[in-house]
Design a binder for this molecule. Structure first.
Ligand code: MRU
Length: 344
């Protein structure tokens, strides 16, 4: 797979996912504001990838801080963090990465500013490499649920493109394929931004994994025909009780899966679990530009001008609909996910 995001000669280079699958081009970020724009405009997207981008954005931004004492340095670092933190509200990995970078800065506050900058750069690399390792571990834990001959339905893109590499839901699918299992994937196109059609279909085809693209409203049809064996999706934020926010439409897939007796798995790293919130009711849901619904890519208008539009980007699947949550630390019943909380 082409890298989702990487350091290139001191700048942050991200694969421009708004251009896929038509063009494979990179968006080069010379400033932390460029990184924030990349996150906000979905040039990079997917909860873990957003977290990695934020860590790299902070490391990039602090390079230009002129302050020579820690207090002055930290004030400016917080401004950078606030700017990056204002980009997208739902994926908790963004705030997880920001808090991690702040903790590292504070833990090293006695060191020279130039050393703190180097340490933050190293930390951003660790966030990236740990994410790939977590995804591969998730793949190993999750592939037990997939057997030869299975067809797996997924929603949105929870693949290499949504992470630093390998993917969460698609990581589990990749691992099954690497174990020699013959599998097929059905990818929901994922209206309105079409992450399934543009990204999941492209990513799986690049990797030689059999994929069939369907529109979102076809999922029930194929489940009823007995053509789907299991569903695996990613998550943007999982509450302490196991409720999981993911791309809008995930909840409908979970309800359909329940109706048809099909297992429904969520694959996500521990960095996606928000141990501070008791349930999914507390997850902030991003409301995006109505043009995503009224137009196809801001170009072709498909609805009457000025029609009322609602465009929530995520929904919450209650824990009761989730068969299990696959993490890098093992597989958990949703109601047991709180056991992963630090210090539990
Ligand atoms: O709006 P997006 O494209 O950032 O939404 C992404 C999703 O909903 C993914 O399924 C989720 O972040 C999990 S990614 C491993």
């Amino acid at each position: 797979m082409v890298p989702t995001i990487e350091w290139k000669n001191g700048i942050v280079s991200m694969l421009d996912q708004t251009k896929l699958p038509i063009e494979v081009v990179y968006f080069d970020c010379k400033t932390y504001q460029d990184v924030a724009k990349g996150i906000k405009d979905l040039i990079i997207r997917g909860a873990p990838a957003i977290g990695v981008a934020a860590a790299m954005g902070i490391a990039l931004g602090v390079k230009d801080i002129k302050a020579n004492d820690f207090a002055g340095f930290y004030i400016e670092m917080e401004e950078i963090c606030n700017h990056l933190g204002s980009t997208r509200p739902t994926a908790v990995n963004l705030f997880w990465a920001i808090e991690r970078m702040k903790r590292v800065a504070i833990a090293n506050k006695e060191k020279p500013i130039s050393t703190i900058k180097d340490i933050l750069f190293e930390e951003s690399n660790r966030v990236l490499t740990e994410d790939i390792a977590a995804n591969m571990a998730m793949g190993k834990h999750g592939s037990q649920f997939i057997k030869t001959g299975d067809t797996i339905l997924t929603h949105c893109n929870a693949g290499a493109l949504a992470t630093a590499g390998y993917g969460t839901a698609l990581g589990v699918i990749r691992a099954a394929k690497e174990e020699g299992k013959e599998i097929k994937v059905f990818a929901d196109e994922t209206r309105p931004v079409l992450q399934g059609a543009r990204l999941t279909a492209w990513e799986l085809m690049e990797d030689g994994i059999h994929v069939t693209l369907i529109t979102d409203n076809m999922a029930g049809y194929f489940m009823k025909k007995g053509m789907i064996n299991l569903c695996i999706v990613g998550a943007d934020r999982i509450a302490r009780n196991g409720d999981a926010a993911n791309k809008i439409g995930t909840y409908s897939v979970a309800v359909l899966a329940r109706e048809h007796g099909i297992p429904f798995y969520v694959a996500a790293p521990v960095s996606t679990i928000d141990f501070n919130i008791p349930s999914g009711d507390h997850i902030p849901i991003e409301e995006r530009n109505p043009e995503e619904v009224s137009h196809v890519f801001g170009k072709v208008q498909i609805a009457p001008a000025n029609v009322n539009i609602a465009n929530p980007a995520f929904d919450v699947t209650p824990a009761g609909y989730i068969t299990a949550i696959i993490t890098e630390k093992g597989v958990f019943k949703p109601q047991d996910i709180y056991k992963l909380a630090p210090g539990h």
